[in-house]
Design a protein around this ligand. Structure first.
Ligand code: NAD
Length: 474
C-alpha cells in the first residue's frame, strides 16, 4: 500500500501520551503512513510565536492535507485564540462530525441504545471570536451565520446520513429568538431537506431539543446544528454515551481534514498514564477511512471494540461490575494491538469498505439580491436617562424610530421598570432608500451635540425585505 503523508501534533496535557498510544496502534495495524510532526500549542506560544503555531506547521498541513491532532490547551479569558478554531477556519474545515455511541453492557450508560452523530458547523457563529468592550459596562460578541456556511454543513449532514444508512436528520436552532441568523440556518435546512425525500427530517428549538436528546438519545440519528450549540451538545452526548474519553471526531473541509479526540488536554491527569486514548484512536480510524485505508480502519475499530468487551478499561470507564482489568494509557493500546484481527463478539461490527469514495460535489447556490440602504442604528455610551437623551435627538437628518437599551425598547412608550445600562441604541430609519452621505451628515450632527457614538450598524432591505430585527413591535 502506498504511504499517505499526514501531519501529526502531539498537543498539550495528556496529548503526548494518547498520541503515542494511537501511533503505536496505527503502526502495529499496518497503516501506511508517512508522518510529519508539527508543533502547535502552549510550548510554541511560550517560545515566542503569538499564534501558538510554528509557521512550518501550516506548510506541512498544506502539503499533507490530513492532520491527526492531540488536544491543545487554550487559555481561558485571555491569551492566544483557540488553535483548534484557527486551524479549522484557516483550512475551511467546515464539518465537525462526532459519532456518540453506547457500548452497553460493557460501558455503563443510562442510554444503552444510543447511536447519534452530531454534525456541528465548524467555522462560524460565536466562534468568530470577534468581541468588543463597547462601553465601561458592556461587552459585545459577534455571531456570524452565512448562507454558504449553512448550505455546506446542512448538505453534509444529509449526505452523511445517506451514505451511512441513517434514517433521520434533526436540526436544532434558536430561531424563535434569533430570527435572522438561526432563522437562516433553519430555513436552509428545510430547503435542502426537500432534496432528500428518502430521509426523515425535523427541527427542534435548541433548548428543548437538547433536553430531549439528553433524555432519549435513541430517538435521534444525525443531528445538525450551529457551532456553539454543536460544541455543547456533542460533549453532552459523548458523556452520556459513557465518557468524553470515548469519542473521536473528524473536521472535514474541501481542501483538507483534521482528526482529533472530542475532549481537551485534561491537564490535571497529564503525565500519569491514566488518560483514555480511545477518542484519538477512533479519530485515527476516521482518518484512515478518509485516506482510503478502510480495511486498516475496520481492523483497528474491531480490535478496539473487542478490548472494551474484554473488560480492559482505563480509569474513566472502569466500573467494578462491568470491567475486568484496570489499565493505563499505553497498556490499553497494547491490549488493542493484541486483538488486531479479532471481531467483536457482542457489539455491532463496523463496515467502512464502501465509505472511502469521493463524496458528490454540490456547489453553493447563487442568489442575487437587490440591496437598499434605508437607515442606521447608532449606539451611544451615556449614563443619562432616556428622557435627557431624547432632548438631544430631535431635528436630525433622519427620523428617529425608537431607542432601546440591551434590546428592550425604552422610547417611545417605554416601561419605567426597565433596567438600563450605559449602552443605548437609536434607530434612524427613512422608509426610502438613502445614501451613505445622509448617514455621515447624521453622525456629524450627533457629534456636534457631543453625543458619545460608539458604533453604527447600517439598515438594509434585501429584495424589499428588512435585513434587521424589528424591536418597535415590542
Ligand atoms: P477536558 O476534556 O480536557 O477535561 C474534562 C474532564 O474530562 C476532566 O475531568 C478530564 O480529566 C476528563 N477527560 C478528558 N479527556 C479524558 C481522557 N482521554 N481520559 C480520561 N479522562 C478524560 O476539558 P477541559 O478541562 O474543559 O479543558 C482542558 C483544556 O483543553 C482547556 O485548555 C481547553 O480549552 C482545551 N480543549 C481543547 C480541545 C481540543 O484540543 N480540541 C477541546 C476541548 C478543550
Amino acid at each position: 500500500m502506498k504511504k499517505h503523508s499526514i501531519s501529526v501534533a502531539y498537543g498539550d496535557g495528556i496529548g503526548p501520551e494518547i498520541m503515542q498510544a494511537t501511533l503505536f496502534v496505527l503502526q502495529e495495524a499496518g497503516a501506511a503512513l508517512d508522518i510529519e510532526e508539527v508543533h502547535i500549542g502552549e510550548k510554541v506560544y511560550h517560545a515566542g510565536y503569538a499564534s501558538g503555531i510554528e509557521p512550518s506547521a501550516f506548510d506541512s498541513l498544506r502539503r499533507t492535507k490530513v492532520f491527526l491532532k492531540a488536544p491543545i490547551t487554550t487559555p481561558q479569558g485571555g491569551g492566544f485564540r483557540s488553535l483548534n478554531v484557527t486551524v479549522r477556519t484557516s483550512f475551511g474545515l467546515y464539518a465537525n462530525v462526532r459519532p456518540c455511541i453506547a457500548y452497553h453492557p460493557f460501558i455503563p450508560t443510562k442510554h444503552p441504545h444510543m447511536d447519534v452523530v452530531i454534525v456541528r458547523e465548524n467555522e462560524e457563529d460565536l466562534y468568530t471570536g470577534i468581541e468588543y468592550r463597547q462601553t465601561p459596562d458592556v461587552y459585545h460578541a459577534t455571531k456570524l451565520i452565512s448562507r454558504p456556511g449553512c448550505e455546506k454543513i446542512i448538505r453534509y449532514a444529509f449526505e452523511y446520513a445517506r451514505r451511512y444508512g441513517r434514517k433521520k436528520v434533526s436540526c436544532l436552532t434558536k430561531d424563535n429568538i434569533l430570527k435572522l441568523s438561526d432563522g437562516l440556518f433553519h430555513r436552509t435546512f428545510e430547503a435542502i431537506a426537500k432534496e432528500y425525500p428518502d430521509l426523515v427530517h425535523e427541527h427542534w428549538i435548541v433548548d428543548i431539543g437538547m433536553a430531549k436528546i439528553a433524555d432519549t438519545p435513541q430517538h435521534f440519528d444525525v443531528v445538525v446544528l450551529p457551532n456553539l450549540y454543536g460544541d455543547i451538545l456533542s460533549d453532552i452526548t459523548a458523556q452520556i454515551s459513557g465518557s468524553v474519553g470515548l469519542v473521536g471526531t473528524s473536521n472535514i473541509g474541501e481542501k483538507g481534514a483534521m482528526f482529533e479526540a472530542i475532549h481537551g488536554s485534561a491537564p490535571k491527569i497529564a503525565g500519569q498514564n491514566i488518560a483514555n486514548p480511545s477518542g484519538l484512536i477512533l479519530a485515527s480510524v476516521l482518518m484512515l477511512v478518509h485516506i482510503s485505508q478502510p480495511q486498516v480502519a475496520q481492523t483497528i475499530h474491531h480490535a478496539w471494540l473487542r478490548t472494551l468487551e474484554a473488560g480492559i478499561h482505563t480509569k474513566d470507564i472502569f466500573h467494578e461490575k462491568t470491567s475486568k482489568e484496570l489499565v493505563g494509557t499505553q497498556e490499553f493500546a497494547q491490549a488493542v494491538v493484541r486483538r488486531l484481527g479479532q471481531l467483536p463478539h457482542h457489539l455491532p461490527q463496523v463496515n467502512y469498505q464502501c465509505a472511502a469514495d469521493a463524496w458528490p460535489h454540490h456547489g453553493i447556490s447563487v442568489q442575487s439580491t437587490h440591496r437598499q440602504l434605508v437607515g442606521v442604528d447608532v449606539y451611544f455610551h451615556s449614563y443619562e436617562s432616556v428622557d435627557t437623551l431624547m432632548g438631544q435627538l430631535q431635528d436630525l437628518p433622519l427620523p428617529l424610530k425608537f431607542v432601546t437599551n440591551r434590546g428592550t425598547k425604552v422610547w417611545p412608550n417605554g416601561h419605567p421598570e426597565t433596567f438600563c445600562v450605559d449602552h443605548w441604541r437609536c434607530r434612524f430609519e427613512a422608509g426610502i432608500e438613502i445614501t451613505f452621505s445622509t448617514i455621515l451628515k447624521l453622525l456629524g450632527q450627533l457629534d456636534a451635540r457631543k453625543l458619545d457614538v460608539i458604533k453604527t450598524e447600517h439598515l438594509y432591505r434585501f429584495d424589499n425585505i428588512a435585513g434587521y430585527s424589528h424591536e418597535e413591535n415590542l
